[in-house]
Design a protein around this ligand. Structure first.
Ligand code: NAP
Length: 259
């Protein structure tokens, strides 16, 4: 399927590794020019070089903390009028809610709710004027089914989800869609550290938790980031203009509900 994205411009945040990187690669394979972002400049530059080499598109790397105003400014300055925005940042730390003070909650809200909202605010009007825009927020399956040790994620991401549900229905008339992609368990660094936290809590090893969780998933495995990237690219394609305000779960069937 040709997604008709050749020559479009995308900002992909949190894109040096994992799911963000997979989204960037899938878009680049469709001929989309990229501005990619992450904090570690060296790892980001390496990813940018690999994406250029693999796909031949233009890739600009902006090393910055996207959860800060200065970071968002730097990324937007590199691409003030994107056709596509993929929001992403690291997830909040796991833990027990008794230990989380106001500062911890504010950090989670900044990273996983307010940062995507401020980025959307900066680009959405231009997209509407130009008659094309695709915004994809990487959130979490925790939005549909809370994850016990990730209370900060359960809470902060639900705020973003509620906001997007409203705005997505206003922008679609101008061919600007906003959707959320909800990852279940995907093979990334983030998953490895989450498994380690579970293992500590349960007094077992990360390898054992990994095995148990894979077996418990109807697919019998974790997801491959390329599967996530492909869905992101499809949502950005011209054919997906009638899909907006949705929360699309990619979890191998792990969530047990009919709807
Ligand atoms: P990952 O492998 O750890 O990659 C995270 C990426 O985001 C890296 O490129 C990282 O680079 C960048 N990043 C982190 N904080 C940032 C910041 N403040 N500013 C800019 N870039 C930042 O994580 P992942 O597994 O791809 O997860 C992506 C998102 O999906 C996270 O929010 C995670 O909680 C969520 N999620 C993942 C899973 C899963 O199974 N993998 C499941 C549910 C939800 P730097 O560290 O260099 O900045």
């Amino acid at each position: 399927m040709n997604l008709n994205l050749k020559g479009r411009k995308a900002i992909v945040c949190g894109a040096s590794k994992g799911l963000g990187r997979a989204c960037a690669l899938a878009l680049a394979e469709e001929g989309v020019d990229l501005v990619i972002n992450a904090r570690n400049a060296e790892v980001l530059a390496q990813t940018a070089a690999e994406l250029r080499q693999q796909t031949g598109v233009s890739v600009q790397a902006v090393a910055a903390d996207i959860t800060t105003e200065a970071g968002r400014k730097a990324v937007l300055a590199a691409c003030p009028g994107p056709d596509i925005l993929v929001t992403n940042a690291g997830g909040p730390p796991p833990g027990d809610f008794h230990a989380w003070d106001e500062q911890t909650w504010h950090a989670a809200l900044d990273a996983n709710m307010l940062t995507p909202i401020f980025l959307i605010k900066a680009v959405v009007d231009g997209m509407r004027e130009r008659g094309f825009g695709r915004i994809v927020n990487i959130t979490s399956s925790a939005v549909k089914a809370p994850i016990s040790i990730l209370g900060l994620s359960n809470g902060a991401r639900s705020g973003l989800t509620g906001f997007v549900a409203g705005l997505a229905r206003e922008t679609v008339v101008d061919n600007v869609t906003i959707n959320n992609l909800l990852p279940g368990s995907f093979e990334t660094d983030r998953l490895t550290s989450t498994l380690e936290s579970y293992a500590q809590k349960l007094g077992t090893t990360a390898a054992q938790v990994r095995q148990q969780q894979m077996q418990a998933n109807p697919a019998g495995r974790f997801g491959d980031p390329s599967e996530f990237g492909a869905m992101c690219a499809f949502l950005c394609g011209t054919q997906a203009g009638f899909i907006t305000g949705q929360n699309l779960l990619l979890d191998g069937g792990d969530y047990p509900g009919t709807f």
